[in-house]
Design a protein around this ligand. Structure first.
Ligand code: AQP
Length: 330
């Protein structure tokens, strides 16, 4: 498989958590050895699709950048930048929006689950239209591959549809980007295992963040919701809490869920929680230390973002000038 260019983004809607790490960031790091042109963005414009407090958003943009660097995203191998610092994302989104039938967007399952059922006088146009911004993010860099979780596959399919439609009108302009699926399942909330672990969940105990201390990690696993059945099995429909812990164990140790259950035969969920907490204390310890170092080095993080935006802008300006010429604006 030839991977020419990768694009992916993460929203600065809070501190990165274990789900972000296992479902995305870990793969971002390993992809750096497989592709020479990688563009990773802290997608602040996406996070504005739901209300954000300005000062907190500003802080979260920095802290998400710090988390990525601490996990091993390397600014010498990848372009790391803040989305809004490259205005061509919003420009291309408008151009693509004008060609995207609204019916395509209303069929998105995430819209149907989150937006379509909400009060239309409250829910924003941005929340409805953000898959077009996602398409613009990817197509602006002519990315050939996009690392995505299963939940984003439909949006990538929409990106491909938008690219195909543009190419059929104006000639071959965009590659149709392919997904690079992370092989790990969704990590669910530790308080409600029917919901995914999320940065914006207002219950701190629902997620393990990458900056949690060892005591916080132990406490959160101790309080993780399971059930009263005494053994360890993997059955997400009937036993979502225990199965979520098995999923996390499997993802962190890179053994199958069946092997995890065998390893814990005859043991209780309290044993699984304790062992999992210790594994994560060891795994996340070096990341937390690196976060602390980077947080005290503001100049370095600023330099990474400035240099990343310059490099991203150079590609974006070049591509947008072709696109505006094709559509007749210049
Ligand atoms: N719980 C999860 N399990 C596995 N992967 C996850 N991702 C997010 N949550 C989980 C993956 O992380 C990447 C970046 O996600 P994002 O921040 O851009 O958006 P999100 O999916 O909306 O993440 P959150 O944490 O739930 O944020 P909020 O609360 O703001 O909505 C994606 O690849 C995603 O699949």
């Amino acid at each position: 498989m030839v991977i020419q260019r990768i694009f992916s983004g993460i929203q600065p809607s809070g501190v990165a958590h274990l789900g972000n790490y296992l479902g995305a960031i870990r793969q971002w790091v390993s992809l750096q050895d497989k592709c020479e042109s990688i563009v990773y963005s802290v997608v602040d414009l996406h996070s504005l699709s739901v209300p954000q407090a300005p000062l907190l958003l500003k802080r979260n943009i920095r802290s998400m950048t710090v988390c990525l660097l601490a996990c091993g995203v390397d600014p010498d191998k990848s372009i790391i930048f803040q989305q809004s610092q490259v205005p061509q994302h919003a420009q291309l989104m408008w151009l693509l929006s004008c060609r995207t039938p609204s019916g395509w967007l209303s069929r998105m399952t995430q819209w149907k689950a989150k937006g379509a059922t909400s009060d239309r006088d409250v829910v924003s146009l941005g929340l409805f239209a953000y898959p077009v911004l996602m398409a613009a993010d990817v197509l602006l860099y002519k990315a050939t591959h996009v690392p995505v979780g299963e939940d984003q596959l439909q949006h990538l399919e929409l990106t491909r549809d938008i690219a195909r439609s543009f190419n059929s009108t104006y000639g071959a302009t965009f590659p149709e980007p392919k997904p690079l699926l992370s092989n790990h399942k969704r990590v669910m909330s530790l308080r409600n295992p029917l919901q995914k672990m999320s940065k914006s969940d207002n219950q701190e105990m629902s997620r393990i963040t990458l900056s949690d201390t060892p005591d916080e990690i132990r406490k959160k696993f101790r309080r993780a919701v399971t059930d009263s059945i005494g053994n360890i099995t993997f059955d997400p429909a009937e036993r979502p809490g225990v199965s979520n812990l098995v999923t996390i164990y499997s993802a962190v140790t890179e053994i199958s869920t069946e092997e995890v259950c065998l390893q814990f035969e005859g043991k209780q969920s309290v044993d699984l929680k304790e062992e999992l907490a210790e594994i994560l204390v060891d795994k996340l310890g070096p990341i937390r230390e690196r976060i602390e170092q980077l947080e005290s080095d503001e100049g370095y993080v600023d330099d990474v973002l400035t240099r990343g935006a310059e490099r991203a802008r150079a590609i974006a300006e070049d591509n947008i000038s072709t696109i505006t010429r094709l559509v007749g604006l210049s």
